[in-house]
Design a protein around this ligand. Structure first.
Ligand SMILES: [Zn+2]
Ligand SMILES: [Zn+2]
Length: 585
């Protein structure tokens, strides 16, 4: 027998994914177990510490999401390269079950029959068998089934779960894991995010990466050995697209140093952004300032080899550098040609205060002290504690008594920290548009975030009236997670956004750009509409834990996608001017 090889974290994660997939196929109660293994796989793949040290130090169960059962399988996998659970499950199913079960219309019993009758163990086998007309001869399959299977496979559209888009934070997690994997190989000079992920779009269909390497083919080969890959969708010598066990699609382009900048540029922008740039390079794009410049551009663009960075490329096209978040062909190219891009687009380091934070007083996980210290550690000058108001009873909304206690506690904690703690609320906008506390209480807050948490399904006219009423309240308020969307699960509610924006423009109100990656609300096109009306913004975290304070980067990116400038963001102000700007009365 050969000596078993110790598995690295990615191989262990892949085995856990297989277990999860097989448990999922078993269905019923096993689905819950499946979820636990799925989580385990994600935790292991994302480990910053060496998995061996955790195993040998018996510290696996100290990781969040890893219980005893999971820990014992991880240990087995690390030490022996095998898992007793996985071995047991594999005996219950025909080979190739995980891959084949992704094909719509194939039940487990059909996969068994295909394997027993025709030895089918992969999608490629299945395709070959269908093309050879062997499937219709099999008991339980007809010509119709064969034809529809063939269509499904050749379309290569595996609908459903496998084609889902990812939330931005999940896409980022996946990308970071792959970058870590590729860098342990020691090969590439640099790997950059690209595509919609680099543009910080709220959901991502394909996680795109571009590597800068002297040996592109080797890098692609190395990537294809990434253990979490379950399907190779497209493979070329210097690029490939794959699907991972959790359904994520990943595309890698490996570019030689001289071609890296151009590859990154074309892999990052939206299709129409990139097309327009190409037109400009060939002299057919939007009219530029003068004919000579146009000629020069056309001449130079045929030698991309000399372009070291994306900045060089935009400069050669005689336009301003366009930040990735703006590369959507929504006027940025014309603005860049005319030298009119916003110079002071908001950045993460501009933010001075952490706005919209929940604590254990309502549905947050951490105490005031914990939230405050975490915000301080991130360099913030102030934090607003904004727990839910009483109407949000399901979220433990804070009663008047509760508020008294909270304010006393804030005073105590304030003694121990430098960061300024502001007393706030996330007040419900109740059905008729009023806010949730009596005026005499509202007036005592430093900050009011006003949000809708119930009755989302009002008709558009009623909803518009409700929000307009709220925005016209005399106290200053920040309209929280404006349109109530939950990405990929709940659409924004119906209302006349432009009318509401018109009202906000003349009321004592600002708009939140909510950085919670499940929400990212309001969305960029509405942000731009609000900007036209000179409305101010706060970029908030809507944090229910200390970890979620890092939502800030998503909020900032969303604001950038809406072209928001620093001067338009209230929490880029220092504490005093911020307090003055948002003071309820
Ligand atoms: Zn809320
Ligand atoms: Zn909230």
């Amino acid at each position: 027998m050969t000596k078993s090889k110790r598995l690295d974290k990615f191989a262990i994660a892949a085995a856990l994914q297989d277990i999860a997939a097989l448990l999922e196929l078993k269905g019923g109660k096993d689905r819950f177990k499946a979820r636990a293994y799925q989580t385990g796989a994600r935790v292991v793949a994302g480990l910053s510490e060496d998995v061996g040290e955790l195993v040998l130090g018996s510290r696996l169960t100290s990781m969040r999401g890893i219980g005893d059962a999971l820990a014992s399988q991880i240990e087995q996998l690390y030490l022996t390269g095998e898992s007793s659970v996985l071995r047991g499950l594999r005996k219950e199913f025909p080979p190739g079950i995980i891959e084949l079960s992704a094909v719509p219309g194939l039940s487990i019993s059909k996969i068994k029959a295909l394997h027993e009758g025709l030895g089918v163990a992969t999608i490629a086998d299945l395709k070959a068998a269908a093309e050879a007309g062997k499937i219709k001869a099999l008991k339980g399959f007809g010509a119709k089934t064969e034809a529809s299977l063939l269509e499904t496979i050749s379309n290569h559209r595996q609908r459903g779960k496998q084609e889902e888009r990812l939330h931005l934070h999940r896409a980022l997690e996946t990308a970071n894991q792959i970058v870590a994997y590729l860098q342990t190989g020691g090969e590439p000079n640099a790997i950059s995010l690209a595509g919609s992920l680099r543009r910080w779009k709220e959901t991502v269909g394909t996680v795109r990466l571009v590597a800068n390497t002297k040996r592109p083919a080797t890098l692609v080969e190395n990537f294809l050995r990434y253990p979490l890959i379950v399907e190779i969708k497209e493979r070329m010598k210097e690029a490939c697209t794959v699907r991972l066990a959790d359904g994520a699609r990943v595309s890698l382009v490996a570019a030689r140093p001289a071609e890296f900048a151009l590859a990154l540029l074309t892999e990052t922008g939206s299709a129409t952004h990139v097309n327009k740039l190409q037109q400009i390079a060939s002299g057919e794009g939007p009219e530029s300032n003068n004919k000579q410049a146009k000629k020069k551009r056309a001449g130079r663009s045929r030698r991309p080899g000399g372009l070291q960075t994306e900045e060089d490329i935009y400069a050669q096209l005689e336009m301003e550098y366009i930040p990735p978040e703006l590369r959507e062909d929504e006027g940025e190219i014309e603005a860049a040609l005319a030298g009119r891009l916003p110079e002071d687009l908001i950045t993460l380091s501009d933010i001075r205060g952490m706005v919209h934070c929940h604590t254990t007083y309502s549905d947050g996980k951490h105490s005031i002290t914990e939230m405050v210290r975490a915000a301080e550690a991130m360099g913030m000058k102030y934090i607003t504690i904004t727990d839910h108001s009483p109407t949000a009873f399901y979220a433990g909304g804070v009663t008047l008594d509760g508020l008294k206690r909270q304010w006393a506690e804030i005073d105590e904690v304030q003694e121990q920290v430098k960061i300024k703690i502001l007393r706030g609320t996330e007040s419900d906008i109740v059905a008729d548009g009023r806010l949730d506390y009596p005026d005499r209480i509202l007036e005592q807050f430093d900050v009011i975030v006003a949000s809708i948490h119930s009755r989302y399904k009002m008709d558009s006219a009623k909803m518009t009236k409700r929000i307009v009423t709220a925005m016209r309240q005399p106290v200053f308020k920040i309209w929280g997670h404006a349109l109530g969307r939950k990405l990929l699960s709940r659409p924004p509610f119906d209302c006349d956004v432009e009318q509401i924006l018109d009202v906000i423009a003349e009321s004592r109100a600002a708009i939140e750009v909510n950085g919670d990656p499940w929400r990212l609300d309001m969305e960029p096109r509405w942000i731009r509409e609000a900007r036209k009306r000179k409305i101010k913004f706060v970029i908030s975290v809507d944090a229910h834990s200390t970890g979620a304070l890092h939502n800030l980067k998503y909020g900032v990116a969303t604001a950038r996608r809406g072209w928001v400038r620093k001067s338009e963001v209230l929490n880029s102000l220092n504490v005093k001017p911020f307090q003055n700007a948002v003071k309820p009365t």
